[in-house]
Design a protein around this ligand. Structure first.
Ligand SMILES: [Zn+2]
Length: 197
């Protein structure tokens, strides 16, 4: 096992973890794969699946292609700050009689343990970038949740009453609980990789 993962990847590209501007990229080669290349995000890392026979040059090209595709897909699914503000206004009108009026709504990348947060005194709402790529109804739920906190702090009955009219509150909470649970599950593949390094 080489101490340098980068040189190891170059000489023996069967499995490798490297970092790029977009974060850690893990390339997995599969003998069963003939032509197809696929990629997905797994927490902070990106996994790219390629056929076993691909050359190092092809691998490099395909990793770049797949990273670009994923980023394009995510930016389509992740509204910008302006759109977020517009959505907050619409949600407030639709479900909170327009009572919640935030001054700022924005994405933040330094919030890993919470999906959203707000500072009522400043009228500011922040959503975690971890929500990126999640279904719209989930992002809307988190946004509405924080909007409701501008009106009612804490999670008492008055707070949940505000969210009652949003039809997918329970579903969205279940989705987020599921994502949290998956993050805590042991990952046999990850343990395997650690053992090999
Ligand atoms: Zn809350």
């Amino acid at each position: 096992m080489s101490a340098d993962p980068a040189s190891n990847l170059a000489s023996q590209p069967s499995r490798g973890l490297r970092t790029s501007a977009a974060g850690a990229v893990e390339v997995r080669r599969s003998a069963r794969r003939r032509r197809t290349v696929s990629a997905y995000r797994d927490g902070d890392r990106t996994v790219v699946l390629i056929p076993a026979r691909m050359s190092a040059a092809e691998e490099q090209r395909w990793v770049a292609v797949m990273l670009e595709k994923l980023a394009a897909q995510e930016s389509r699914r992740m509204p910008g700050d302006d759109e977020l503000a517009a959505r907050a206004e619409r949600l407030s009108e639709q479900y909170l009689h327009g009572h919640a009026v935030p001054d700022t709504v924005r994405w933040v990348t330094n919030q890993n343990s919470r999906w959203g947060s707000c500072t009522p005194a400043e009228g500011s709402i922040r959503l975690s970038h971890r929500l990126r790529g999640m279904p719209e109804y989930v992002i809307d739920y988190v946004l509405l949740h924080e909007l409701a906190h501008l009106l009612v702090p804490g999670h008492g009955p008055r707070f949940w009453k505000l969210l009652e009219s949003y039809p997918r509150t329970e579903r969205a909470r279940g989705y987020l609980e599921g994502v949290d649970a998956v993050d805590r599950l042991p990952d046999p593949q990850r343990d395997l990789d650690t053992a090999r390094e």
